[in-house]
Design a protein around this ligand. Structure first.
Ligand SMILES: Nc1nc2c(c(=O)[nH]1)N[C@H]1C(S)=C(S)[C@@H](COP(=O)(O)OP(=O)(O)OC[C@H]3O[C@@H](n4cnc5c(N)ncnc54)[C@H](O)[C@@H]3O)O[C@H]1N2
Ligand code: MOO
Length: 414
């Protein structure tokens, strides 16, 4: 029997809280963060709090799609490589020039990409189809009316809703907001998260490692996971395994944090400072029907902030963050999409899973083949295999065996 199967055998399924129940409890703890107006550059990854309506059309005027010559298409009807049409070039129109006189029949304007289309012109012939002349130009092809012209409003008309409330502001969304002239946007402020890890065996990376010690990794990992989820973390590392010191560390952050995220010290051991300090202060501990991630706790600390206690095993911590904390944080920060993308994949090899628990195995999903292969064993200490994975396989509670080629849900991590 593997260690994980053995741990599973210690708890009867009836003692375990269903995953969805714990997920709902965690989600209910976090309050919606307030709306604030931020300059565009400070909005990356945040959720838009109100619909953004375009005050101007995009493009905002008819303009050239190519560097070339603004013409009347009728003047070029007979043009070909063998018998070019020659026209005088009477204006040069760089992008931004607005004092251009109308195009007279039988003439051309040299025009650049993005320049306002000369009034009277109905098409642009790209410079490659010409001799590039500046006083007179030989035009080697005909053009259709409207060819190489970008029409005002063809992307967005004024008054269109460009982005709806709840949209995550990524690069493209910030780009379009800038393009319609928004300098700042109403967004939900990021969830402020205190990330705390305990454990007297933990040593800061870079320091020499004594016998029995390990490098602290959960704090940094969860701090990064909070950032990736659009949150604003404060990392409290090496809080001593002492209840008074633990409360003292928290006291400084009352009023400035939305969520305390701890890792470690919540299972059945004799030195479980997180449990000792938080039990009786609004936090309840339970065992959730999942592997990894069975020992969990959540509540509100002295009604000051939400608390989620994650198990200390590194993979348990990360998987629990994905399953419980990330969706709750995204919802609190006003995001419409709170879940990872889930795909159905064909399992590359057979697997077995504990009865009565949702198991999350680490995997590599290949979108080209639709196949997922396992990364490492189920053990919740196997951080190397998590780091090589791009997805979590979600194996339902009632499934104990899956044959190769079976269909399985995978949660994509990137
Ligand atoms: N008798 C039982 N023992 C255990 C049970 C159980 O039900 N009965 N559950 C096991 C399961 S499942 C898990 S998960 C762990 C959870 O333990 P804790 O949350 O109390 O975590 P710790 O004991 O503090 O640490 C577990 C493991 O993780 C390492 N760790 C902790 N914090 C960090 C950190 N910040 N960076 C890197 N590594 C960390 C720690 O050294 C331990 O190896 O309990 C099982 N035991
Ligand atoms: O399996 Mo624990 O439940 O390692 O998180």
């Amino acid at each position: 029997m593997t260690d994980d199967a053995y741990v599973s055998s210690l708890n009867s399924p009836s003692e375990l809280t269903p995953v969805e129940e714990h997920r709902a409890k965690v989600a209910a703890l976090l309050r919606r963060t307030p709306v604030e107006t931020r300059p565009l550059a400070d909005c990356l990854g945040l959720a838009l709090a109100e619909d953004l309506v375009a005050p101007i059309p995009l493009p905002s005027f008819d303009n050239s799609a190519m560097d070339g010559y603004a013409v009347r298409s009728a003047d070029l009807a007979a043009a070909s490589a063998e018998e070019p049409v020659k026209l005088p070039v009477v204006e040069d129109v760089p992008a931004g020039r607005v004092d251009v006189p109308p195009l007279r029949p039988g003439t051309a304007h040299r025009i650049m990409t993005g320049a306002q289309l000369t009034p009277g012109a109905d098409a642009v012939l790209p410079v490659e189809r010409t001799d590039g002349g500046t006083d007179e130009v030989a035009l080697f092809a005909s053009v259709q009316p409207g060819q190489h012209v970008r029409r005002a409003g063809e992307d967005l008309t004024a008054g269109t809703t460009v982005l709806t409330a709840g949209t995550r502001l990524g690069a493209a969304q910030l780009g379009v907001a800038a393009a319609v002239g928004a300098a700042e946007l109403p967004v939900h402020r990021p969830v402020r998260v205190l990330v705390l890890s305990t454990g007297s065996e933990l040593v800061e990376p870079g320091e020499p490692l004594e016998r029995g010690q390990i490098y602290e990794s959960n704090g940094l990992m969860l701090d990064a996971a909070v950032r990736e989820a659009g949150g604003d973390p404060t990392l409290l590392r090496f809080v001593p395994d002492d209840v008074d010191a633990f409360h003292a560390a928290l006291a400084e952050h009352i009023g400035s944090a939305d969520l305390l995220l701890t890792s470690g010290g919540v299972s059945a051991g004799a030195y479980e400072v997180v449990k000792d300090a938080l039990r009786g202060n609004g936090v309840e501990f339970s065992k959730v029907a999942m592997q990894p991630g069975m020992p969990q706790g959540c509540g509100r600390y002295r009604d000051a902030f939400a608390v989620v206690t994650l198990p200390g095993n590194p993979v348990s911590s990360m998987v629990s963050f994905e399953v419980f904390v990330r969706p709750a944080m995204l919802a609190a920060a006003g995001h419409r999409e709170t879940g990872r993308k889930v795909r159905q994949a064909a399992l590359a090899e057979s697997l077995s899973a504990p009865a009565g628990k949702r198991q999350f195995r680490r995997g590599v999903f290949d979108p080209a083949t639709g196949e997922v292969s396992l990364q490492g064993a189920p053990g919740s200490h196997l951080l190397g295999s998590l780091a090589r994975a791009n997805c979590l396989l979600s194996i339902p509670e009632d499934v104990t065996e899956l044959a190769a080629k079976s269909t399985v849900d995978v949660m994509l991590l990137d």
